[in-house]
Design a protein around this ligand. Structure first.
Ligand code: SF4
Ligand code: SF4
Length: 472
């Protein structure tokens, strides 16, 4: 029985409710009056239910689809302006005892190079990432209680925050590790993590069990209820995601939004972020082996519909996507992207030789961070290295309240400009520096409050003189 307030996975992700929603959407997807009602509701920026969102996803009317994409763009501008936050993944260890059939780190893969970073190697990776200009990382690790116990992850977080190389610093570490206990989540919270990210992979229990035939991750309920344990452990910001391509995308979108509704119903705060990865080629993995791959058009629609359904949730797109796809989809609501990513263990400091493969998937956008930053600015976006909220204690419901009433804008734009200036001073190529300086001048005029604008102007000068780390 569907119950968003239930703490049981099979009740808040109720299969019958998803099936019923799919049937409802089949029956009404081209009911233009109903679509109009939903669009009008969405224009109030309060989000949509999973059923309403599914109807928009399924709608086949060309004119209405144009409206859907336009509304997603409008919501993106309203909540996130033209800023895009940048981050990089950092792979700590690819030892894993699970057997996820879509991931080359699965325990049965005997030819992938297994590697776990020592603390010295973590330091070297962080220096390499700082030298690119990164301030925000997402750490990733396989599940292996012997090789990667929680103590190892905590040591790595400590090391990452401790490295201060030239003007560099990692100011926010998000964590993407396997579902764990409340006690371990508490330890992660104490270690000062930003968001805890855990992809559901698929919300369909039957498929989930087939795709995860062995290992602790096989337990659908334990995995699906992880965010509740994370929140019980004190982690305010959690990031959801599914791996598109494993199951039918309509099922997944419905499950994903039901999960968001569950978090809101139980904890009073929805997901901080949603990621939209698609299955990619990797060692031992052929994406065509999965029947449910989605084309770029469908992918764009999914992003647009998520943007409309949960306007206040950050949307993340990684380098799994090509430059061309990112260029298209970014307008429909993406707020964070990775840049200059390596998905191998230790690949930033010591690039892998072709026969040394330890990566999780092939990166489709292999441009440097500098190229990504310049490309964003040439499209009219402000690349932001801001990490202010979590450092100012603006997390969980405090953050959401500011986000929902759109007050967060007052912090985001000044912080984006100041962190971009830091990037330009310390890491940018001459071309990127020139493009960035004129962008900052132009964007200063968009800071509405005169006092704030004057403070930012003063701080930009101080940054040019060598001072760092200002924030609102
Ligand atoms: S997806 Fe995660 S848990 Fe599964 S095999 Fe890969 S690293 Fe291990
Ligand atoms: S001010 Fe907060 S919401 Fe805005 S970009 Fe910075 S960290 Fe993100």
């Amino acid at each position: 029985m569907y119950n968003p307030k239930s703490m049981k996975a099979e009740e808040f992700i109720d299969d019958e409710e998803i099936q019923e929603s799919l049937r409802f959407a089949d029956a009404h997807k081209n009911d233009l009056a109903m679509i109009d009602d939903i669009l009008n509701k969405a224009r109030q920026y309060k989000g949509l239910s999973h059923r309403e969102a599914l109807l928009l996803l399924d709608c086949e009317d060309a004119e209405k689809n144009k409206e859907i994409f336009a509304l997603a763009e409008q919501i993106k501008k309203e909540f996130y302006g033209n800023r895009i936050v940048l981050f990089a993944p950092l792979y700590l260890s690819n030892y894993c005892i699970n057997e996820c059939v879509y991931c080359p780190f699965h325990g049965k893969n005997k030819h992938i190079r297994r590697k776990k970073l020592t603390q010295e190697e973590v330091r070297n990776e962080v220096i390499a990432l700082q030298d690119m200009g990164h301030k925000r990382l997402a750490i990733e690790s396989g599940e292996d209680p012997e090789n990667n116990p929680i103590e190892y992850i905590l040591d790595c977080i400590k090391t990452i925050y401790s490295v201060k190389h030239k003007n560099g610093a990692i100011r926010r570490v998000n964590v993407n590790i396997a579902a764990t206990t409340v006690e371990n989540y508490r330890k992660l919270k104490e270690a000062g993590i930003g968001t805890y990210i855990l992809f559901q992979e698929t919300y369909n229990k039957k498929s989930y069990e087939e795709l995860h035939p062995a290992g602790p991750k096989h337990d659908y309920a334990y995995h699906t209820e992880a965010m509740d344990r994370a929140m019980e452990g004190g982690i305010d910001d959690v990031g959801l995601g599914v791996l598109f391509g494993l199951e039918r995308y309509r099922y997944e979108l419905t499950g994903l939004l039901m999960h968001a509704e569950h978090l809101e119903a139980v904890h009073g705060v929805g997901p901080h972020t949603i990621s939209v990865p698609r299955v990619r080629h990797a060692d031992d993995i052929d994406p065509s082996a999965f029947d449910n791959g989605i084309d770029d058009e469908t992918f764009a629609k999914i992003v647009a519909v998520i943007r409309i359904a949960v306007p206040y949730t950050g949307l993340i797109m990684s380098t799994r996507e090509t430059k061309e796809c990112r260029e298209r989809v970014i307008h429909y609501g993406i707020s964070q992207i990775s840049g200059g990513s390596k998905t191998s263990v230790g690949g930033y400091a010591v690039p892998e030789m072709p026969d040394e493969c330890s990566e999780q998937f092939d990166v489709s956008d292999s441009r440097t961070l500098d190229e990504v930053v310049c490309w964003l600015m040439e499209m009219g976006y402000i690349p932001s290295f801001c990490t202010a909220c979590y450092r100012e204690g603006r997390t969980g419901d405090r953050f959401m309240a500011l986000c929902k009433n759109r007050q967060i804008h007052n912090c985001c734009l000044p912080n984006a400009l100041m962190t971009l200036k830091e990037y330009l001073m310390d890491y940018a190529s001459p071309k990127t520096h020139a493009v960035g300086d004129s962008l900052i001048q132009k964007e200063m005029l968009n800071i509405p409050n005169e006092k704030v604008r004057a403070i930012v102007a003063e701080r930009l000068k101080e940054i040019a003189d060598g001072k760092r780390d200002f924030r609102f």
